[in-house]
Design a protein around this ligand. Structure first.
Ligand code: GLC
Length: 507
């Protein structure tokens, strides 16, 4: 087994924002297909494509009305097959986003379920008795101050939705739901996908009593509450579906629990998730102490279980790290960290351009969760349309788009884009960086220092979060393989690191 998902790097594409070829201002599958050379040149191993299923788009695709079709906005199944074939021809694996906790309220399953209390699909969703003025428990829905319950006047019961009212939760205690959802996995596995990113996967098992939550977490049940033992058995069955297929099909779970020990349990004993997101580092400030703690915690919780870590700095749900950390120098040093820690890195499209979040004026905001800024379209070149066809994109462009686009940065060897490429190529050539052991090294408090080793291959990584130069003496002679600002690459390491600098050193 190659275990490509351990050594590889995954690149997340938010399809609405990647590249538009149809001229409607929304990115599409053909647009992704037209940019694969960029990904190969960059040096990533896999793409994860956020949802492109049929959807009323209340949560921009995370409200699915047909798991087995492509929304016409993005193209067709034939476009998907062509994309998959082109990716595979270039050696890129493809993960699709699977949304198992909830469907759209326009999914035929829910439409049938809500028709009457006697409907054959009534129990496919979570319905509860009560009076119209008092929801069954105190949980609140994501993105709003409202209850996680909506009263259905026709059948005079409440239904549960951890997210929008248009995203009713499926009832995974019902065997037909399990079977139908397994079939949706098979649909994509049969087409040849390499695996899935599984949306809020920790939420699928729920305490059947649905008890009130402690006040401090009632507003975030999708984040803090749902850590129910039933989910683990469901995950083992899902793993079984994937293992029925040839090749290495991978489950990457979005476990949105902000406690790494809880996250670790979703790897099971190698029979649940292959990989899980671990968000505490994403929320760490640019401070070496905070990062050291998150890294130590990850090593401490995951290593004993043989659970392989993941690292992510940006995605479609959070402000980009370039925006959070406040400077390109920091974004560059962070890239060194992301691509050299022990585990699988996930890049978010556009971070290789050093993009900041777009400033989205009140009148153009469209996301109920306020996440528009990080979803701004990707500028591909310096022309007014920036490589997009036709209409103004669905969201405004990010800052500095005249200069910060793939073509302009591609022509500048000193750009952040070239830094990402050098890091990805250095990683590909080094077993130590890909799969090696990890060991903390002595360094000043505001500098992270660690060694990676696999057999005879060794690297040392230094990332400074200090304001001024720091001395970091090392045993032996080291040369600079990659520097976040490009300074001194190929030359000897002189025992010092600059402020907000990252260095990959080789013997
Ligand atoms: C996940 C997705 C997010 C979506 C939510 C509901 O957190 O990343 O974008 O809104 O699940 O599906």
């Amino acid at each position: 087994m190659s275990e490509w998902w351990k050594s590889g790097v995954v690149y997340q594409i938010y399809p609405r924002s990647f590249c538009d070829t149809s001229g409607d201002g929304v990115g599409d599958l053909a647009g992704i297909r037209s940019k694969l050379d960029h990904l190969v040149w960059l040096g990533v191993d896999a793409v994860w494509v956020s949802p492109f299923y049929r959807s009323p788009m209340k949560d921009f695709g995370y409200d699915v009305s047909d798991y087995c079709d492509v929304d016409p906005l993005f193209g067709s199944l034939a476009d998907f097959d062509a994309l998959l074939e082109d990716c595979h021809a270039r050696g890129l694996r493809v993960l699709v986003d699977w949304v198992p906790n909830h469907t759209s309220d326009r999914h035929p399953w829910f439409e049938e379920s809500r028709r009457s209390r006697e409907s054959a699909k009534r129990d496919w969703y979570v319905w509860r008795d009560g009076s119209p003025d008092r929801p069954p428990n105190n949980w609140r829905a994501a993105f709003s101050p409202d209850p996680a319950w909506t009263w259905d006047e026709t059948t005079r019961q409440w239904y549960l939705h951890l997210f929008l009212a248009e995203q009713p939760d499926l009832n995974w205690r019902h065997p037909e739901v399990v079977g139908a959802m397994h079939d949706t996995l098979r649909f994509w596995l049969d087409r040849g996908v390499d695996g899935f990113r599984m949306d809020v996967i920790h939420c699928i098992g729920k305490d059947p009593a649905l008890p009130d939550a402690p006040a401090e977490v009632a507003a975030i049940p999708w984040c803090a509450l749902n850590d129910h033992p039933e989910t683990h058995a469901l995950l083992r069955d899902i793993r079984g579906v994937l293992e029925g297929y040839e090749g290495e099909r991978v489950m990457v779970g979005e476990v949105y629990l902000l406690d790494t020990a809880q996250v670790a349990s979703y790897y099971g004993t190698g029979d649940e998730l292959h990989l899980s997101f671990n968000f505490p580092p994403l929320y760490a400030p640019w401070e070496a102490g905070a990062w050291r703690e998150r890294i130590d915690q990850t090593e401490r919780e995951l290593r004993p279980r043989d659970a392989w870590p993941t690292w992510v700095l940006s995605n479609h749900d959070n402000p980009r790290h370039r925006t959070r950390y406040g400077s390109e120098a920091r974004a560059r040093a962070a890239a060194v960290l992301l691509l050299t820690l022990r585990g699988t890195p996930f890049l978010y499209a556009g971070e290789e351009l050093g993009l900041e979040d777009a400033v989205v004026a009140e009148g153009r905001r469209v996301d109920p969760g306020g996440r528009d800024g990080c979803r701004a379209p990707i500028p591909w070149d310096g022309t007014p349309r920036r490589g997009w066809k036709g209409a103004e994109p669905w969201l405004p462009w990010p800052p500095e788009r005249e200069a910060r686009n793939a073509e302009t940065l591609g022509a500048d060897p000193g750009s952040i884009l070239h830094l990402y490429r050098r890091l990805l190529h250095a990683r590909r050539q080094s077993p130590a960086l890909q799969v090696g052991s990890w060991e903390a090294l002595d360094a000043p408090d505001d500098v992270l220092a660690y060694g990676r080793r696999e057999g005879g291959d060794r690297r040392v990584v230094l990332v400074s979060m200090a304001d001024t130069d720091r001395g970091v003496p090392l045993d032996g002679d080291w040369s600079i393989e990659v520097a976040s600002d490009g300074a001194g690459e190929g030359g000897p390491y002189e025992g010092r690191i600059g402020p907000d600098q990252g260095l990959v050193l080789r013997p």
